[in-house]
Design a protein. Structure first.
Length: 140
């Protein structure tokens, strides 16, 4: 299958987005949305889906070891449910437990300070989520 994949790293106030190229080779950070609530986030995401001709969506779900779900996990599950009700594209869920930590480490390696652009962590985390998903579907 070809076509762009949009990855979403949902947070309370910021939502990181990343986008694949149409051939699904490269995952690139796209933007960080500043949102008020799920409805606002989904409205902005719908615009991106249309503008970028997205055919699949991947959402990072923070899972943690053990049976109990964190409050953030529960909030993201509600977000996923609401998103699925508004779009026709398939929505896939991947564990993003350490994507933000990886994103911060990546920024530090590049010599960037997180305080200058807090949204950078969200965009890069979304790109990490997208890379993970693309590896999975390509069998790596």
């Amino acid at each position: 299958m070809q076509g762009r994949i949009l990855a979403i790293d949902p947070g309370g106030r910021r939502v990181g987005l990343a986008l694949s190229d149409p051939l699904r080779i490269i995952a690139s950070p796209l933007k960080t949305l500043l949102v008020n609530d799920n409805k606002d986030a989904i409205q902005q995401i719908l615009h991106v889906i249309e503008e970028e001709q997205v055919v699949e969506v991947v959402v990072g779900l923070p899972l943690r070891p053990g049976a109990e779900k964190s409050e953030q996990t529960k909030r993201v599950e509600v977000f996923i449910s609401e998103l699925k009700s508004k779009i026709t594209q398939p929505v896939h869920v991947v564990d993003e437990s350490y994507s933000s930590v990886e994103a911060e480490e990546s920024l530090h390696r590049m010599g960037k300070k997180i305080g200058q652009d807090k949204g950078a962590v969200d965009r890069i985390a979304a790109a990490i989520i997208l890379q993970q998903y693309m590896r999975e579907i390509q069998g790596y």
